[in-house]
Design a protein around this ligand. Sequence first.
Ligand code: FAD
Length: 547
Amino acid sequence: MITAQPQSFFQQKNIAPRLILVFVLGFTVNREHLCSKQPFVTPTASLHSVPSVIHSSLAKMSFDGNLSFDNLEHAARDFGNRYHIMPYAVLYPKSVFDISSIIKCIFHMGLTSELTVAARGRGHSLQGQAQAYQGVIIIMESLQVPKMSFHNGKLPYVDVSAGELWINILQESLKQGLAPRSWTDYLHLTVGGTLSNAGVSGQAFRHGPQINNVYELKVVTGRGEVVTCSEDQNADLFHAVLGGLGQFGIISQARIALEAAPRKVKWIRALYSDFSAFTKDQEHLISSEKTFDYIEGFVIINRTGLLNYWRSSFKPKDPVQANQFSSEGKILFCMEVAKYFNPEGPDNIDQEIDTLLSKLNYIKSTLFWSEVPYTDFLDRVHTSEIKLREKGLWEVPHPWLNLLIPRSRIHEFAQEVFGNIVKDTSNGPVLIYPVNKSRWKTRTSMITPDEDVLYLVAFLASAMPSSRGKDDLEYILSQNNRILEFCEKNRLGIKQYLPHHNTKAEWKAHFGSHWEVFTKRKLTYDPLAILAPGQKIFPRANASTRQ
Ligand code: FAD
């Protein structure tokens, strides 16, 4: 392992001379500079606008994996299915050396090249964040080192490659009786991809997002240096990269905190028609010591036969009363909670749940529950994915909008948005649940509103390509815009999660008082703005931007 100690930006008195040095280096680099001495490989790619001298330099490099100049289309797609940006090449790394070598090579080309590099996890981004126009895409799943290695003890953890999928980590950890503490709702995402955002789900109220549950990272910076970082070592880079939208380095390895894994889950849903009662109960649950292990919720607007639909996976507590409940034409709020347990443990789980539920004000006839293995509970969205794929409904455009809303403004938001702007939820779920930010680490790059309790509200719509109705892409996008405009006009102080902004002014507003730190970190770790161009935060430094 090569471990470099980057000089902290804050140790430097003046960044201007360093920037000039970078630019000078960029211009003095020999355009015939070869990144390796391997024989020339004829590209099979069709058109590319990368100058031939740069192309031949890259094509001559040797890797443990391989660099490909053709069959690039898959790297120009993502889950959002709206942005298709063709790269110039795709790297399938087999070692950290591969990632470091290509970035170093591009960094040393300086301003003579406009090449950018984007790590691609599973490509589950929504607006091209893992894409790079005429750049190099690094397929992180190809990096299978290190092999997962588990460490038991008081603070158990697992070391994984950042290209690993969370579902694989779950399956391997369970063999050790362990599991990560904080999840996303869907597990077919990579470690590097979710750590670059945050990783928020129903456990975040207690454990914080996934970026709170990492002990150490190995990162390849925008200079190609390989750096190990943690709270105690290169802490500035560690915090920068967590929630850093891929801007400061490519995470190649992560040390993930684990806990003893439960075997089973009691999974419960209940409906509210009164938004105040719903939020009061959710907030009570996230702030209680004795509470559920997972707390989420969702909004249901104008849905026919909802409880009948639930019956395929849940049982009503009171079947007779449940039969008489009608969801049609109503705005309803569903509390979704779960309690983990081990069948061989103390036999009072039902009693504990009854006690917790007895303090809540849901509509009694709508209480539904289910008992499932822990893996099935965590991997629940994959079950829907399989069904949607069968119907050809997975690879459609996903104009998702994820917002973090301060608790003090959630009622105003709900009153305007649910029913007035969003008139039904048939084109995809709308999640809503509070998280207790006071338990989150504050020094990461993740941006949240400035309050202790926040609501994650996620509009997870699927658009139907041939539709002209409420599931038409344009209709959903304009609905999203109306929501954003309402928040802006009324200064609700929201932040986007998985943020997407088009202009520098919008990004500055997103980062607020953190903008200065974010840009300073960029200059320290990726001064040429080579990394993650698809986030559209910093333009690539090139000859025309030389001062
Ligand atoms: P990609 O989309 O490939 O990459 C995301 C960004 O990170 C890109 O900018 C990329 O360049 C960068 N990146 C990728 N790997 C690395 C790396 N190793 N080092 C540095 N940068 C890197 N998110 C939640 O928080 N909670 C949820 O419950 C949740 N549920 C989801 C459900 C579904 C069905 C889907 C599709 C997404 C969900 N997400 C959720 C969003 C998810 O966190 C993002 O899509 C995220 O981008 C992870 O996807 P990925 O691994 O495919 O990363």
